[in-house]
Design a protein around this ligand. Sequence first.
Ligand code: PMP
Length: 355
Amino acid sequence: MSTFWSPGVAALTPYVPGEQPRQRMIKLNTNENPYPPSRGVESVLRHFSCEQLRRYPDPESLALRDMLARTYNVTREQVFVGNGSDEVLAFAFRAFFVRDGEALAIPEYTYSFYPVYCQLYGIELQKIALNDRWEVPLEHFPEKGHAGIAFANPNAPTGHAHSRQDIKALLERQRERVVLVDEAYYGFGSESAVPLVEDHPNLLVTGTFSKSRSLAGMRIGFAIGSRELIEGLERIKDSFNSYPIDPLASAVGIAALEDTQHYDECCRAIMETREATAQALKDLDIDVLPSRANFLFVRPTRHPAADVAAQLRAAGILVRHFGTPGLSDWLRISIGTEAEMTALTGALAAMNQTP
Ligand code: PMP
């Protein structure tokens, strides 16, 4: 602990991301896409002119916002972009949820960065317990007197997604404060809430290029909402982070959005592998929750989850074990290639042979 740190920083529990191994391993711990990005992305990288780096980027990131607007059938004014959706979420938390005496309602188990932002910005938290099917019970979110609502759909690390209809029903009861729906894992069989933005000026949907578009290293995230909400984010951005998305990321993002065929094929392959893996794990006596994301949330029944994670690691396979109370019996396993998942189920089958 340093005496130079301000009290807020001293009290902060930092976010700990999944391990990034130095040696080659089968990496199923951070929900990256196992397939390369679109060939269009490769071509942008090959032909990108250094001359463009000499200048500051377009302060409004118009080209990428226009392409996102076309993709999601909204207007440019309804789109905000940032360096990964983590950054966009940080802006949103600061812009909408810092309210004295009111708490932000989030699910008890969800993306572990939300509590970090709350600590960082002094936002009180109200955690809503998941139901017995490990789903976010939207009907349990408070209706009044709160600073807002934020949840991931599909949720992480559980993988359950609510339908657009469910979210519409939630929004009918929530008019006062912002409802943030984090769609980082959209693309793998869930419905997007973006079409609800038109009738619900308090709905903010965030998204990322890190998962379904295979661009975690490029850091591109976005938010879609009413003009009013986007303007709120722009105010924060000006004072907090004065640069827009860089020109290389912007060009790469546009190329990824243009290649709808690659996107569809990649997502389909991941969903097929997910379903085959879920069955193979169940055959090994492992409990598996239904998932509409690019990962599975599973509970080994023959050995403690922490031991399974450690043994898989020794076998060269990384999965995510959360030390969090309540989650310690579970593992989150990202969907890799078919071959990677065969290696995983093979290693787990071998473990089942040991007492
Ligand atoms: N939301 C959720 C639910 C996530 O799991 C992640 C990835 N860890 C993010 C947002 C952030 O993704 P990125 O910053 O790569 O866009």
